[in-house]
Ligand binder design. Structure first.
Ligand code: TPP
Length: 338
């Protein structure tokens, strides 16, 4: 089997089980998100809702390279990030439904998934707003003398926000253990990247802060994993923050409210031809690391998990109205009374 594994482009020692686990996670994200889209159109899920469909290889490759005690800060497009972190799909779906059993107790919704146990520090709706928070976490790690790292994920649109530049600057000055992962899906809502950014290659923005910047094929799970393993090593061992740009695509609109008409059919078709899931499946099959039966079993397992997640969300209660003011720093009730 070793010989077969060595025929796999980008292979760096992962076992057959681990490689199949990556495929499982990618399919889980795809099918979970497709179900979310379906339940949104049935009005089971409300509010803003952004899907990760197309970005699965970037997500799974990135999360495979970090430790359970590392911290994660991410944007509103984060259902797949939470799944790759190993958070219970039922609790994620319940959060999207606004149910009390959700990861954020039904108070956050799609954009604000949060799970302290897995150090998943959110889900943030303000573009680039979480980057300074990642600096704060990096500083806390440094202050305590820990060896965890922070993985901070954002879209390419966020690299044009002031907070991006301030955060990278501070991270470098203070030598904080942060991997900045820019998920470049080439559109910030309806704006193509070249209309928002003066720099053509976003990873080069790292140069302004004497930081290592690198671009990776975000449709190739093993390529992302390899680049991330090196970025994480640098951050953890050398206290060097790194900017990694993953070149990827979102197959759906910006959010559920966007039909995505600003992209040509040819462009979407060209990216669909690079769909990371069938590509990884055939890579594994050709290397003798996946049989058709094993593939079918993975798909079946995913479908059961997604169905169970929906069932759990459907059967869960909404938060009790009497708890409306729980978890707030200040109670509006008391302010009204005074
Ligand atoms: C500070 C701020 N400005 C504008 C918005 C509205 N907005 C929401 S998402 C988005 C696009 C961001 O694109 P990108 O950072 O590339 O991430 P993607 O949605 O592609 O994952 C914008 C402009 C916002 N949420 N916050």
């Amino acid at each position: 089997m070793r010989a077969a594994e060595e025929t796999l482009v980008g292979w760096s020692g992962e076992s057959r089980e681990q490689l199949q686990q990556f495929l499982f996670q990618m399919i889980l994200i795809r099918e979970f998100e497709e179900k979310v889209g379906e339940q949104y159109t049935r009005a089971k899920i409300g509010g803003y809702c952004h899907l990760n469909i197309g970005e699965e290889a970037t997500i799974v490759g990135a999360f495979s390279a970090i430790r359970p005690d590392d911290y994660i800060f991410t944007s509103y497009r984060e259902h797949g990030h939470a799944l790759a972190r190993g958070i219970d799909p039922g609790a994620i779906m319940a959060e999207l439904y606004g149910k009390a059993t959700g990861v954020s107790k039904g108070r956050g919704g799609s954009m604000h998934l949060f799970d302290r146990e897995t150090r998943f520090m959110g889900g943030y709706g303000i573009v680039g707003g979480h980057l300074p928070l990642a600096v704060g976490a990096g500083l806390a790690i440094d202050y305590r003398g820990g060896d965890e790292i922070v993985l901070c994920i954002f879209g390419e649109g966020a690299t044009n926000i002031g907070a991006f530049h301030e955060s990278l600057n501070l991270a470098k000055i203070w030598r904080l253990p942060i991997v900045w992962l820019c998920v470049n899906n080439h559109y910030a809502m309806g704006s193509p990247e070249h209309k928002d950014s003066a720099a053509e290659f976003l990873y080069r923005k790292a140069l302004a802060y004497d930081m290592v910047g690198e671009r990776v094929n975000g449709m190739d799970v093993l390529a992302v994993r390899r680049a991330m393993l090196e970025a994480v090593r640098r951050a953890r061992e050398e206290r060097e923050p790194v900017l990694l740009e993953a070149d990827t695509y979102r197959y759906k609109g910006h959010s559920m409210a966007d039909p995505g008409r600003y992209r040509s059919e040819e462009e979407v078709r060209a990216w669909l031809a690079r769909d990371p899931i069938p590509a990884f499946r055939s890579q594994l099959t050709n290397a003798g690391l996946l049989t058709d039966q094993e593939y079918e079993a993975i798909v079946q397992r995913v479908r059961t998990i997604v169905e169970e997640a929906v069932e759990f969300a459907e059967n869960s209660p909404f938060p009790d109205p009497s708890t409306l003011y729980d978890y707030l720093y200040a109670s509006p009730e008391r302010q009204w009374q005074s």
